[in-house]
Structure formats: C-alpha cells, structure tokens
Design a protein around this ligand. Structure first.
Ligand SMILES: NC(=O)c1ccc[n+]([C@@H]2O[C@H](COP(=O)([O-])OP(=O)(O)OC[C@H]3O[C@@H](n4cnc5c(N)ncnc54)[C@H](O)[C@@H]3O)[C@@H](O)[C@H]2O)c1
Length: 357
C-alpha cells in the first residue's frame, strides 16, 4: 500500500522544535513545507539541514501559503491556544507542546475546536516514550503490585538557580502561565495517570518563588513571576494518596524525575535518567527473598521490552493520521492534566483542598 504523503509545518523554532523535526521527519512520506517564528530567523534554533525550507515570521501567512496537513506547535505556552486554533482553522492536524494551555478554559476550547474540525490533536508528554515508564504501566495493569496504596513523585532541576541562566519567557507568568508546576509538574501529573490509570479526585498545593529576579540576555533585571518550587498532595481513585514535589533550583539536580508506587504486593520506581531500568520488588520476588524487609532493587528491564514500540511523541500522530492504531497522548490527555493544574492553582490561592472536575 502506498504511504499517504503529508505536508508538515512547525510554529516556533526554538529548542524543542528540533525534537519535533527529528521525530516527525523520520517518518516516511512526510515533507517539511514551512517554519514560522516571529523572531529574526538568524536566532532560530533549527538545524542547518532545514535551512532551505521556506521561513515565515507570520504563522497565518505560512499556513495559508503552505497548506500543511500536520503542524507542530513549539511556542511558549501562551501561544499554544491561539496557534492551535489557527492551524485547525487552516485544516491541519496538530501536535502541541505541553502544557496544553495556560487555563482550563483554553484547553477545553482547543479540544472542542479539534473535535469540530474533525482533526487529531497530540501533546508531547515525552516521558511516555520512556521504556521503564511503559514497562511499569504494564506491570501495574497486570496486577503485579496488587491494589495500589501510595504514590510519591519528585521532579528536580537546578538550571534556574545558576547565576548564568538568564531570565526568559519561562520566568514570566503572562507567557508561561506556570513555573516548575506547569513545566515539570505537568509531566508528573500525566506520568502518575499514565502509570496507574488512577483519576485525580482532589488536590491541595503550595508554591514559592525562591528566586525573585534574574537578569535577561540584554542585561536588564526582571522579576520572576512564576513559581520556582511547587508541592502538592492529590487524592486519587479509591483514596490513594499521591505526593508531588518539583523545583527548578535544587543544586546538583540536572533533570531528576522519579515516580515510586507501592501496592499491597510490591513497590516499583522509575527514573528519567534510567529509561532501561526499574526499581522493583513485587509479586513472587517477595516470596523468593522470603522477606518484606529488603530494599527495592534496581534492575534491568527485559531486553526484549526495551526495543519494543516506537516513541509515542511527538511523531505517533503521523501513524494515527494514516489510520493506523497507535497509542499516543492526545489533546484529551492534555486537557485532563490541565484540569489538575487548574485545581492546584485554585487550591494555592484558597489554601484549601480543591476538587478536580
Ligand atoms: N515535552 C517536553 O519535555 C518539553 C521540553 C522542552 C520544552 N517544551 C515545551 O516547548 C515549548 C517551547 O519551549 P522551547 O524550550 O522550545 O522554548 P524556546 O524559548 O527555545 O523557543 C520558543 C520559540 O518560540 C518562538 N515564539 C515566540 N512567540 C511565538 C509565536 N507567537 N509564534 C511562533 N513562535 C513564537 C520564539 O521566538 C522561540 O524561537 C514550551 O511550551 C515548552 O513547555 C517541552
């Protein structure tokens, strides 16, 4: 059967665009027809390989002139909503960066517009590509841990604490919406849901901005209006309690994302730095070691599992557009996570538990 040709375009030519371009252009039959970004193209971070592709500083003109079938939205968070609506209006499927939007209302509008247009929407919850996360999900679904009892997750970075790190859009609440909470926390929220399938019932959280100002690339001192630290508790289906902590200023941590889950028959943990490893003591191994007291050991995933399955994001949507059955994070997943983010923000303002609707 002939592969359906797809015209592909990117809005936002910064750091993450690279990742979208690599993954999506690796699919056969996909042609890059345009890239749009309002910044001077000499500052774009697009690989030299794509230098000859038509460049636009206006996304609408690009969409009108190049008529793409699929568009990646790789802009700062504030523009996910308007750029998605624009791409859908021009008849394209969309794969968008995370978090889906700044507010629940925007995320709902994006999902409604997608459904009305009859197009597909993906979100780059990139940890779903991690083999250990997928393995843990299968283990839990197979009942290996028994009834789930507790969840703990941390996502720690240090980059913002470094004096040399300049103030960027990520530190401006009007452009980013959130600091660590939306940037890292949204991966934690989706990660726990992806691994356990447990639904968020209610949340309570606290955030802090521990670095109040930073100098931007032009040497101007700017306020940091986003959170640098966020901590929250969630009650999941069946009363399971999950604890979360994230920060962008923990010295010594580059990108440390760990989820640990205990059930009645075992404990497992996954870690972003070890996509081929799992920490697991479960099921028969408890009997084998004849104790409930040993530490949870780090061990390799089965080798046949590691190579199984292509990355789900951002490129699996290409297969879905072609009618193949693929599991990839969609706008509905982005909206689910946005509702949790929204409830955490509300609880941070009110100081009380907030139901997740
Ligand atoms: N999935 C992940 O793990 C992951 C990792 C990194 C970044 N991201 C997400 O990717 C998005 C972009 O992050 P980044 O690190 O590439 O940022 P970046 O600052 O490197 O790049 C952003 C680019 O968007 C451009 N831009 C600004 N306004 C625009 C507009 N209105 N239309 C088009 N382009 C516009 C900027 O000029 C810049 O080139 C963010 O939403 C971020 O959360 C996700």
């Amino acid at each position: 059967m002939e592969t359906q040709a797809l015209r592909y375009a990117v809005i936002g030519a910064g750091g993450i665009a690279h990742y979208h371009l690599n993954d999506i252009l690796a699919k056969p039959g996909v042609t890059l027809v345009g890239i749009a970004d309002p910044a001077d193209p000499k500052h774009w971070r697009v690989p030299a390989l794509h230098q000859t592709v038509p460049r636009f500083t206006d996304a609408e003109i690009m969409l009108r002139e190049t008529r793409p079938d699929l568009v990646s939205i790789c802009t700062p968070n504030k523009f996910h909503h308007p750029c998605t609506l624009l791409a859908l209006r021009h008849g394209a499927h969309v794969t968008c960066e995370k978090p889906l939007a700044l507010t629940v209302a925007e995320a709902e509008a994006m999902e409604s517009a997608r459904a009305a247009a009859g197009k597909l929407g993906g979100i780059n919850f990139s940890y779903r590509n991690n083999a250990a996360f997928r393995f843990a999900r299968e283990l839990i679904a197979s009942g290996e841990l028994g009834r789930l009892l507790r969840v703990n997750t941390v996502y720690l970075q240090s980059f913002l604490g470094a004096p040399a790190t300049p103030h960027t859009w990520r530190n401006d609440a009007t452009l980013a919406g959130f600091g660590a909470l939306g940037d890292l926390g949204v991966h934690m929220i989706d990660g726990v849901w992806f691994l356990t399938g447990l639904v968020y019932r209610r949340v309570v959280g606290l955030a802090q901005t521990l670095i109040p100002e930073k100098t931007d690339a032009g040497g101007i001192l700017r306020p940091v209006t986003t959170d640098t630290n966020a901590t929250w508790l969630a009650e999941l289906t069946g009363g399971v309690v999950a604890t979360f902590e994230t920060t962008q200023i923990a010295p010594g941590y580059g990108n440390f994302f760990r989820i640990e889950i205990s059930g009645e028959r075992g404990t497992l943990a996954v870690h972003s730095d070890f996509p081929e490893d799992i920490w697991l003591r479960a099921g028969a191994t408890l009997t084998k070691y004849a104790t409930w007291k040993t530490d949870v050991p780090q061990q390799k995933l089965p080798t046949d599992f590691i190579g199984r399955g292509a990355p789900a994001t951002p490129g699996a949507i290409v297969h879905a557009i072609r009618g193949e059955k693929v599991d990839y994070p969609t706008f509905a997943d982005g909206l689910r996570a946005q509702r949790v983010l929204g409830a955490i923000l509300d609880s941070m303002q009110s100081g009380a538990w907030q139901a997740v609707n």
